[in-house]
Design a protein around this ligand. Sequence first.
Ligand SMILES: *[C@@H]1O[C@H](CO)[C@@H](O)[C@H](O)[C@H]1NC(C)=O
Ligand SMILES: *[C@@H]1O[C@H](CO)[C@@H](O)[C@H](O)[C@H]1NC(C)=O
Ligand SMILES: *[C@@H]1O[C@H](CO)[C@@H](O)[C@H](O)[C@H]1NC(C)=O
Ligand SMILES: *[C@@H]1O[C@H](CO)[C@@H](O)[C@H](O)[C@H]1NC(C)=O
Ligand SMILES: *[C@@H]1O[C@H](CO)[C@@H](O)[C@H](O)[C@H]1NC(C)=O
Ligand SMILES: *[C@@H]1O[C@H](CO)[C@@H](O)[C@H](O)[C@H]1NC(C)=O
Length: 428
Amino acid sequence: MQIMKPPFSPSSSIIRNKGRFSTYLFTLLAFIIFVTILYGEDFMCIFGQQLQNYSNQDKIYSTPKRVKKHVKVPFAVGKTEEGCDIFSGRWVWDEVSRPLYEESECPYIQPQLTCQEHGRPDKDYQHWRWQPHGCDLPKFNASLMLETLRGKRMMFVGDSLNRGQYVSFVCLLHQLIHEDAKSMETFDSLTVFTAKEYNATIEFYWAPFLLESNSDNAVTHRISDRVVRKGSINKHGRNWKGVDILVFNTYLWWMTGLKMKILLGSFDDEVQEIVTTSTEDAYRMAMKSMLRWVRLNMDPKKTRVFFTSMSPSHGKSIDWGGEPGGNCYNETKLISNSTYWGSDCRKSIMQVIGEVLSKTKIPITFLNITQLSSYRRDAHTSIYKKQWSPLTQEQLDNPVSYADCVHWCLPGLQDNWNELLFAKLFYP
Ligand SMILES: *[C@@H]1O[C@H](CO)[C@@H](O)[C@H](O)[C@H]1NC(C)=O
Ligand SMILES: *[C@@H]1O[C@H](CO)[C@@H](O)[C@H](O)[C@H]1NC(C)=O
Ligand SMILES: *[C@@H]1O[C@H](CO)[C@@H](O)[C@H](O)[C@H]1NC(C)=O
Ligand SMILES: *[C@@H]1O[C@H](CO)[C@@H](O)[C@H](O)[C@H]1NC(C)=O
Ligand SMILES: *[C@@H]1O[C@H](CO)[C@@H](O)[C@H](O)[C@H]1NC(C)=O
Ligand SMILES: *[C@@H]1O[C@H](CO)[C@@H](O)[C@H](O)[C@H]1NC(C)=O
């Protein structure tokens, strides 16, 4: 399986000079870029120009109505109890049925997510199960899932967080498939898991902004100075055509801490026409493009489309009342404050999502995983992952400096996202 290059892979212009100073400069630059991508969300809070005054925005989000009651929803086999919001609930300790699979039993997990293999000393993060307040979640039935996918394609589209959910999904299924009847291959932006006996594929497509951007190379993404091209959804969208179940996400890459740069023409134009806009407006533009693409390309009578909300990061322990300077490193317990939300910046994006989805008639199922994940400061990969480049002594002496508080260990939190996806797919 192809793996993403480090976000701080040296660009040729930086390493042209070999002097001591430039090495230092490179290290510093690499560090800044690294921190920016890991904690982009917080950077936006610090430097963001569009910080809003939330106190006068107490509007209650109406849960968007996506599916009319009398219409038969594709793939439905039952119904969730009337009035049960499965995203509202609590984490319960479950030593019996968790984890849903063992890290060592799923060969598809990238080395950036195999925490046990990389020395994580505790396993508690594997034993939590999401329990909605209003009802019980159906058990993830891998056989039902595979039968449903017979002769079909399912695809996750988005960034590395969605790739994590994709891998979790494959891990939840693959044990039912015989060793020589399954495979996983990567072709540029597309990773395809094939279940041969079922003639089914479960795929992941790298498109961190959904729209065309200068970060689209699945291996070497340019990461500073991101530019997104307006109206470009078909650039990637043509690769999603014919898919039966689509799962979108997009969030982290919008968190540049600056206004977003939007390209009006084409990346091939000699003189590029770029305008800047607030992150919220840019995000709204992308969501609307996605909806338009869904309207034109997906048949609501036969297919389903999901949109996953923002995956929260835990880069600043003061957010949850911890010591200043800390982050998710060394956190093994959940945040118990049920009103904890974390960075306010997520709120404005959630508001955009709520607005856009509540106005559309296109049936999109929203997976609102942000709040339930925000309690899980314990579930990140932290320092227990394959590192892109050797760590310096200075870093080793200060693990907080290189802990990844964005991505999640597998098995773990993201298996719960897939149980919610399963519930919404079969019991809408
Ligand atoms: C936020 O809005 C409230 C009510 O409108 C106002 O009293 C307060 O001064 C504002 N705060 C800032 C920082 O603008
Ligand atoms: C899982 O789904 C299959 C249908 O593919 C069904 O026969 C089986 O009873 C289900 N198992 C459970 C535990 O619900
Ligand atoms: C396999 O699935 C694809 C859709 O993914 C479909 O077009 C094709 O006809 C199927 N082939 C068989 C032999 O069922
Ligand atoms: C990790 O946390 C525990 C308490 O939860 C503390 O005793 C220990 O010193 C911490 N370790 C590091 C390296 O910060
Ligand atoms: C719980 O979180 C909310 C929102 O972040 C915060 O206002 C409140 O002070 C927290 N309560 C405790 C007991 O930490
Ligand atoms: C998602 O859930 C959070 C927390 O329950 C809620 O505040 C927010 O309004 C929900 N978002 C949407 C778009 O429904």
